[in-house]
Design a protein around this ligand. Sequence first.
Ligand code: URA
Length: 243
Amino acid sequence: MNARALRQRLESLQAAGVAEIPKNSMRGRQPTAMGQRAATAASQAPQPVVSTAIADDRIASLRILAEQVAGCTRCAELAEARTNTVFGVGRPDARICFLGEAPGADEDASGEPFVGRAGQLLTKIIEACHLRREDVYILNVLKCRPPGNRQPAADEVAHCRGYFERQVELVSPQYICCLGTTAAQALLQTTEPIGRLRKRWFTYGSAKVICTYHPSYLLRNPAAKRDVWDDMKVMMADMGVEL
Ligand code: URA
């Protein structure tokens, strides 16, 4: 990489909220499945820098909220069936939040959002944006797996609303990317379908909101990856990052 390209790359990362990069983290980048340059392998990647008192407060508040979620029995069916509640993962002061629908079997087993096939695709999307999972914050509307991966019921979304809204408030991102219909409709409190919510900016508190297709949909309809990539380019360009 020449000096100009390196400078541009560093400016992009800074604009995306990456505060620190170790010496060798710019090496070894490979093209990804989405045809873009991926973030470096995790072993070479910078660790998130979360050292301010504000971030410490957020971490403590998020932990308390996660404990409340872990003991939640508002949805009797879900609470009974779950192995783990699935709270959220990533930087407590991330500039970008990705909001999904609900845990699946892999997430229920591990307690971490987006670790199954759809999660691996989400990780690729994040990396294609020159970021790593650790640079963003990932959460779901529902904190428990709906049995059989059925769609969340309206009362279940209502029961979890206080949790995901507080979570977003604590992280206080500048951008929220809603993944799929359930996330977009729950956050924006609308009944419009995802097709009509894409390609528009919304606001949620002080955050800009963009909506795109859910990674699970992309697994069933790979042709829609191009649309998601277009949405990511719009979001990253707004952050000052050219993809
Ligand atoms: N789908 C989601 O919406 N969330 C997950 O955590 C996994 C799959």
